[in-house]
Ligand binder design. Structure first.
Ligand SMILES: [Zn+2]
Length: 289
């Protein structure tokens, strides 16, 4: 998981969200608030609300950590507006902009559903049962809209599982534990396999780019380009073409699935692995991609 860029809503859209949240907060009991949040979520409170949510979805699409990819598993198409803190347990966050992200159907409806863990005063995890009010308001889940998941966990490129960052507080350790458990991010075999494929993709891209940047003739360059590369105007000066190719490769890396893999490569592999180190020595700016 990667932190999503921050982004404010247009005033009219934010106002619409505030109106909907006000109606939920106005209910007197927890059960009524949940019921109200659900019915307003279904109807969006009418035409204006529906229009606001079209804009919200578009805005969330632009915030995805990779082009249109689920912000949880980083693998599948993101098509659901997901409540990070479920509205059935946190109706006070049902229409809160920072409580939304786009997730795939499997993460949203298959794994996360409305599972909820909270932290008590001693930072112990408490599982909240469906239909009951959480005893604590502190959700045990990393919100990648407002928190940086990389400060909590990092992908291990030997196991392709997330490890907890050493030295965290009990509270943060339990947040990591709960997030990984709810989403099953370390248990889903297809994710472990595709993270490995992503690592290979990133290596091959960077390795080819290094070779491209070292060519001395257009002919050498043509030999290195793949049929999947963008079409470049090969009548331009060689250095200009190389610059264009570099931009194109940077974009491809930035749009690829599993940005957490790329993050670990930059943070760890670039320092400890000779093969990666060699590539980054040739293109140090890639450390900021
Ligand atoms: Zn997903």
């Amino acid at each position: 998981m990667i932190q999503l860029a921050s982004n404010d809503l247009d005033k009219d859209v934010q106002q619409e969200l505030d109106n909907l949240q006000f109606k939920v907060d106005n209910e007197l009991t927890f059960a009524k608030k949940v019921e109200k949040a659900q019915s307003l979520w279904n109807s969006k409170g009418g035409v204006k609300g529906k229009q606001a949510f079209e804009k919200i979805t578009t805005r969330l699409y632009g915030l995805c950590v990779s082009e249109g990819i689920c912000n949880y598993c980083e693998q599948s198409e993101a098509n659901d507006v997901e409540h990070i803190y479920p509205k059935s347990f946190f109706p006070d966050k049902a229409f809160q902009w920072e409580n939304y992200l786009l997730a795939c159907k499997q993460c949203n409806s298959g794994y996360k559903l409305d599972k909820c863990h909270v932290l008590d005063a001693d930072n112990e995890l408490i599982v909240v049962n469906r239909g009951t009010e959480p005893l604590s308001k502190i959700g045990a889940f990393i919100n990648p809209r407002t928190e940086n998941p990389n400060e909590f966990m990092i992908l291990n490129l030997m196991t392709f599982k997330f490890d907890t960052i050493p030295g965290l507080s009990k509270r943060d350790i339990n947040k990591v534990k709960s997030t990984l458990e709810i989403l099953e991010l370390n248990k889903r075999d297809p994710l472990l396999v595709t993270r490995k494929s992503a690592a290979r993709y990133y290596y091959e891209m960077l390795e080819r780019l290094v070779r491209i940047l070292e060519v001395l003739t257009i002919e050498e360059l043509q030999n290195l380009l793949t049929p999947c590369d963008d079409r470049f105007d090969l009548t331009q000066p060689l250095e200009s073409i190389k610059d264009e190719i570099k931009i194109s490769y940077k974009k491809s890396i930035g749009n690829h699935q599993h940005p957490s893999v790329w993050y670990s490569i930059k943070m760890i592999e670039s320092k400890v692995n000779t093969k990666w180190k060699k590539l980054f020595d040739k293109i140090p700016e890639a450390l900021t991609w």
